[in-house]
Design a protein around this ligand. Structure first.
Ligand code: F6P
Length: 319
C-alpha cells in the first residue's frame, strides 16, 4: 500500500483527533502517503482533501471535535450523491481507507468497497456507543463525563430549591449514555427508549421520594425516550412542585477527550491501520472484553439492548 485515505464521518466525537493522529503516524511507519478527506463523505464528493504528515497531526491529541471536520451526507446513499465520489476516487488512486465514525459512516464504507473496490477498515467513534462489535466507541466516555459533571452541578441547585429537574441526554435511539449518566449521578429516575414508561408512574415515584425525605428529584431522559419539555410539562401538571428542564445537547459532543478516549482512540486508530496494511479489510476494529475484535462492516446490524437493560436494572436497585 502506497497511499491510504482517512476520513471522519457523522457526528463528531471527542477522540476522533487522537484516532486520526494514530492512523497517520502508523501509516508513515509503512512509508505510505496519507490523504485526509476534509468534511467527511461530502469532502469525498467535492474533492476536498490534503496530504497529512506526522507533523500535520501534531498538537491535536487533546483537541475535541475533528480537525478533518465532518458533515452529515445522507446523499451518499443515493446515486446522485455517489457519482461525484467516483471522480475523487479516480483522482486520488487510494490503495485503502480508514473510516472513523458511526454506523452511517460504516454503511458508506461498505459502499465504497462495493462500488469502487477500495479496501476499508472502520474505527468506531460516536458518543452514542450504539455500534455492535465493540464494548465501547470513541467519544462515549468523554460525553458521559460531561453529562455527569453537568448533572452534578444541576443537583446542587435542585437540592437548594427542592426542585424537580428533567435532564435530556443525547444518544439518538439508544439509551446507554442516559442509563450510565443516571447510575453515575444517583438520579431518581431514568427514562429510556428500551423501556416503556407511564408518566403517572414516574410522578407517583417522585412524589413518594419527597415523602421519604428527598430534597430534590433528578430525572434523566434519553433523547430517544421523549423530549424533556414534554416530561417536565406532564410532571408539572401532576405534582405541585417546581419542575425545570435542561437539554444537554451538543455540549456532550465537544471538549477535550478524556484520558480513556485518548488511549482508546490511539489504540484503535493504530490497529485499524495495521489491519489495512496486513490486507485485512471490510472490517471494523473494536474492543471486546479488553481485547481487539474485528467484525464485518457489511454484516453490522442493530446494537443489542442488553447492556442498557442491565444498567437500568442496577439503577432501579440502587436508587
Ligand atoms: O450520533 C451522535 C449524536 O450526537 C446523537 O446523540 C444525536 O441524536 C445526533 O448525533 C445529533 O445530530 P446533529 O449533530 O446532526 O444534530
Amino acid at each position: 500500500m502506497k497511499r491510504i485515505g482517512v476520513l471522519t464521518g457523522g457526528g463528531d466525537a471527542a477522540g476522533m483527533n487522537p484516532a486520526l493522529r494514530a492512523v497517520v503516524r502508523t501509516a508513515w511507519q509503512h512509508d505510505a502517503e496519507v490523504i485526509g478527506i476534509i468534511r467527511g463523505w461530502r469532502g469525498l464528493a467535492e474533492g476536498t482533501y490534503e496530504t497529512m504528515t506526522p507533523g500535520s497531526v501534531s498538537g491535536i491529541l487533546d483537541k475535541g471535535g475533528t480537525v478533518l471536520r465532518t458533515f452529515r451526507y445522507p446523499e451518499f446513499a443515493t446515486e446522485e450523491g455517489t457519482a461525484p465520489v467516483a471522480k475523487t476516487i479516480k483522482e486520488l488512486k487510494l490503495d485503502g481507507m480508514v473510516i472513523i465514525g458511526g454506523d452511517g459512516s460504516f454503511r458508506g464504507a461498505t459502499k465504497l468497497t462495493k462500488e469502487f473496490g477500495i479496501p476499508v477498515v472502520g474505527v468506531p467513534a460516536t458518543i452514542d456507543n450504539d455500534i455492535p462489535g465493540t464494548d465501547i466507541s470513541i467519544g462515549f466516555d468523554t460525553a458521559l463525563n460531561i453529562a455527569i459533571d453537568a448533572v452534578d452541578k444541576v443537583r446542587d441547585t435542585a437540592t437548594s430549591h427542592g426542585r424537580i429537574f428533567v435532564i435530556e441526554v443525547m444518544g439518538r435511539s439508544y439509551g446507554l449514555l442516559a442509563a450510565q449518566t443516571a447510575i453515575a449521578t444517583g438520579a431518581e429516575e431514568v427514562l429510556l427508549p428500551e423501556i416503556p414508561y407511564k408518566i403517572d408512574d414516574v410522578a407517583r415515584r417522585i412524589s413518594a421520594g419527597y415523602k421519604r425525605g428527598k430534597q430534590h428529584a433528578i430525572i434523566i431522559v434519553a433523547e430517544g425516550a421523549g423530549k424533556a419539555s414534554y416530561v417536565s410539562f406532564e410532571l408539572q401538571e401532576r405534582l405541585a412542585r417546581d419542575v425545570r428542564m435542561v437539554v444537554l445537547g451538543h455540549v456532550q459532543r465537544g471538549g477535550s477527550p478524556s484520558a480513556y478516549d485518548r488511549i482508546l482512540a490511539s489504540r484503535l486508530g493504530h490497529k485499524a491501520t495495521e489491519l489495512l496494511f496486513e490486507g485485512k479489510h471490510g472490517v471494523m476494529v473494536g474492543v471486546v472484553a479488553n481485547k481487539f475484535k474485528t467484525s464485518s462492516l457489511a454484516k453490522s446490524g442493530k446494537v443489542s439492548a442488553k447492556a442498557v437493560l442491565q444498567d437500568a436494572r442496577l439503577m432501579e436497585i440502587l436508587v
